[in-house]
Design a protein around this ligand. Structure first.
Ligand code: CTP
Ligand code: CA
Length: 236
C-alpha cells in the first residue's frame, strides 16, 4: 500500500503460492495450455516475503526472469509443468504451510492417453480426436483435506458476467462449491481491468459473502488479500 511501513504480520508463517498456468501433454512436443502470465501469483509471493513469510512458490511454466528475484529473496521456487506435477508439489509443501494460495490457472482437462511418439499427420485423412479427461480440483481437495490443522486455503477466480448471472453471482457459487476460506474474484473483460493496469478483486468467504474489495496494482491486490488472510489466520 501507499501509506505506512509494510506490516511484518506474516513473520514465522510458511505460505505456499501456486502461479502460472499448467500444461497438459498432447504428445512429446505439444501441450494444452493457457495464457496466464503468472504475475498476480508472483506479486502474492513477493508481498508475502516482504511481510516476513517463508515462501514456497510453485511455478507452473513461469519465465525465469519472473521467479529469479523471488529466489534471490529467499523463496523456495519449485518448477512444475502439468497439473499432476503442480498438485504433487503444492500438496507436499502444504504439509508444512499455514496458508496455501492457488493463484495458478489449472487446466480443467488433460489428454487421456498422450502417445509417447509425436502425432503425425496423414495426407488427406481427418485428424484423430483427442480424448480429454477431467483433472483433479487441487483447490477443492486442499480445502477438504486441510493438510495441516488450521491451514488457510485461498483460491482465485477470473469470471465474466453473462445473461444469466453477474461476475459476483458466478463468484459466490464458486466460493460455496470450492470450500476455500477465501476466493478472490476478478472481473475480466470490464473496462477497469482492460484499459489501465488496475486490477479489481472482490474477496469472498466460503459462504460467498463479501469480505473486502481491493483495487490497484497486482502488488496492491496481493497486499489486500494478505490483509484478509492475516485477519483469519489462527494465532501462533
Ligand atoms: N483450480 C484447481 N484445480 C483445478 C481447477 C481450478 O485448483 N483443476 C483452482 C484454481 O487454481 C483457482 C480456482 O480453482 O484458484 C478457481 O479456478 P477456476 O478455473 O475459476 O474454477 P473451476 O472450478 O475450474 O471452474 P470453471 O468451470 O469456471 O473453470
Ligand atoms: Ca477452470
Amino acid at each position: 500500500g501507499a501509506a505506512g511501513p509494510v506490516p511484518r504480520d506474516l513473520a514465522g508463517r510458511h505460505v505456499v503460492v501456486s502461479a502460472g498456468g499448467t500444461r497438459e501433454p498432447i504428445d512429446p512436443v505439444r501441450f494444452i495450455g493457457n495464457r496466464s502470465s503468472g504475475r498476480q501469483g508472483v506479486a502474492l509471493a513477493a508481498a508475502a516475503a516482504a511481510r516476513g513469510a517463508q515462501v514456497t512458490l510453485v511455478a507452473a511454466n513461469l519465465a525465469a526472469d519472473l521467479t529469479e528475484p523471488l529466489a534471490a529473496a529467499g523463496a523456495a521456487v519449485v518448477a512444475v509443468a502439468s497439473t499432476a506435477e503442480l498438485r504433487q508439489a503444492v500438496r507436499s509443501a502444504a504439509e508444512r504451510a499455514d496458508v496455501v494460495v492457488m493463484a495458478a490457472a489449472v487446466a480443467d482437462f488433460r489428454p487421456a492417453a498422450p502417445p509417447t511418439a509425436k502425432i503425425k499427420k496423414v495426407a488427406g485423412a481427418a485428424p484423430a480426436p483427442i480424448e480429454l479427461v477431467e483433472n483433479p480440483d487441487v483447490l477443492a481437495e486442499l480445502a477438504a483435506d486441510r493438510l495441516r490443522p488450521g491451514q488457510v486455503v485461498v483460491g482465485f477466480a477470473a469470471e465474466t458476467g453473462d445473461d444469466g448471472a453477474s461476475v459476483l453471482d458466478h463468484g459466490r457459487a464458486k466460493a460455496r462449491r470450492k470450500g476455500a476460506d477465501l476466493l478472490a474474484v476478478n472481473a475480466v473483460g470490464e473496462n477497469l481491468g482492460f484499459v489501465t493496469d488496475v486490477n479489481e478483486v472482490t474477496v469472498l468467504d466460503a459462504r460467498g459473502e463479501t469480505v473486502t474489495s481491493v483495487a490497484g496494482s497486482k502488488r496492491e491486490v496481493a497486499d489486500g488479500l494478505w490483509d484478509a488472510v492475516a485477519k483469519i489466520l489462527p494465532s501462533m
